[in-house]
Write a protein that binds this ligand. Structure first.
Ligand SMILES: NC(=O)c1ccc[n+]([C@@H]2O[C@H](COP(=O)([O-])OP(=O)(O)OC[C@H]3O[C@@H](n4cnc5c(N)ncnc54)[C@H](O)[C@@H]3O)[C@@H](O)[C@H]2O)c1
Length: 287
């Protein structure tokens, strides 16, 4: 028996990066997956997002583990598309036990206009709400909801620094709202024993981090910083003198939160940050 044997988990942003890693970790422990991804770019987001090929590769790798997956191209800004994807997934896989709402963008850059702020908020926050909304009618008592924020939700003056432009402010705002949302939603769902937890990674070794715009964010002192230049600054957001964690490090926390091992864990802000938070801001959070 796997740790999430025969559970069905809905994951947003599952075509690559952390979303794919979560799908594979959960599948390796016996889960079936409902996966969605935009599979298109967003104009204010300077690096390319995932493609249909990426989503197909997630499907291939989950099936290789002997588990089932229903994958749909859907935008987390579109509640109707998410509801349709979840309904189709539940019809095929028979149930829904957990949500991992983690699709996200980082539309950083000083030259991006106010639309970058709006895009960060609608994808990184509204997208989480829409995923939960789509899943709730299908979730049984005792289900699990996990929403990915960021260490940026808990540490001010990082992604929201002026050099990141309006999209950096939008990213930080959205991630703070994710943290507040899971906190209050956990209260609302106590009577049904549905757990709701936030998951806040530090730098993660994915395409979001390995992008020119992120290199500039970490090295605003250079005009065209390379990954090598950025590597020097990456450890500023961790505490253990490492540049980043791997997606699989975050997946292990997702697995715990989806499994029944965490059946009495709710309203938590779980950090996979190699100590980045305690290093910067040692006082206890206010919520
Ligand atoms: N990489 C990091 O350093 C880091 C740090 C902290 C938090 N995070 C958060 O982790 C989550 C996952 O990011 P990642 O690191 O795997 O980056 P990633 O860019 O590899 O993955 C994000 C995925 O979300 C998808 N996506 C984007 N907009 C979407 C939309 N509107 N609808 C559906 N899918 C959409 C993308 O296509 C992509 O597959 C994000 O919420 C991100 O903010 C990342």
């Amino acid at each position: 028996m796997g740790r999430v044997q025969d559970k069905v988990v809905f994951i947003t942003g599952a075509a690559r990066g952390q979303g794919r890693a979560h799908a594979l970790r959960l599948a390796s422990e016996g889960a079936d997956i409902i996966a969605v991804d935009l599979c298109e770019d967003i104009a204010t987001n300077a690096y390319a997002l995932a493609t249909q090929d990426d989503l197909d590769e997630t499907v291939r790798q989950v099936e290789k583990l002997g588990r089932r997956i229903v994958a749909r191209k859907a935008d987390v800004r579109d509640p109707a598309a998410l509801k349709a994807a979840v309904a189709e997934g539940v019809a095929e896989l028979g149930r829904l036990d957990a949500v991992v709402a983690q699709a996200g963008i980082a539309p950083l850059g000083p030259r991006q206009g106010v639309q970058a702020f709006i895009d960060a908020v609608t994808v990184d926050f509204n997208g989480v709400v829409h995923a939960v909304e789509a899943a709730l009618p299908h979730l049984p008592d005792g289900a699990s909801i996990v929403a990915t924020g960021s260490i940026a939700a808990l540490t001010p003056a990082t992604v929201d620094s002026p050099s990141n432009g309006p999209g950096g402010l939008g990213y930080s705002f959205a991630k703070r709202q994710v943290a507040a949302f899971v906190h209050d939603l956990a209260t609302v769902l106590l009577s049904r024993r549905i757990r709701v937890n936030g998951l806040h990674p530090t730098n993660v070794n994915t395409d979001m981090l390995n992008s020119d715009i992120m290199y500039r964010s970490f090295r605003p002192d250079l005009e065209n910083p390379t990954r090598e230049d950025a590597l020097v600054s990456f450890p500023a957001t961790t505490g253990m003198d490492i540049p980043y964690v791997e997606p699989e490090d975050v997946s292990d926390m997702v697995l715990f939160l989806v499994s029944d091992e965490s059946r009495y864990v709710t309203g938590m802000q779980m950090r996979v940050d190699a100590g980045g938070y305690v290093r910067k801001r040692p006082q206890l959070p206010t919520f």
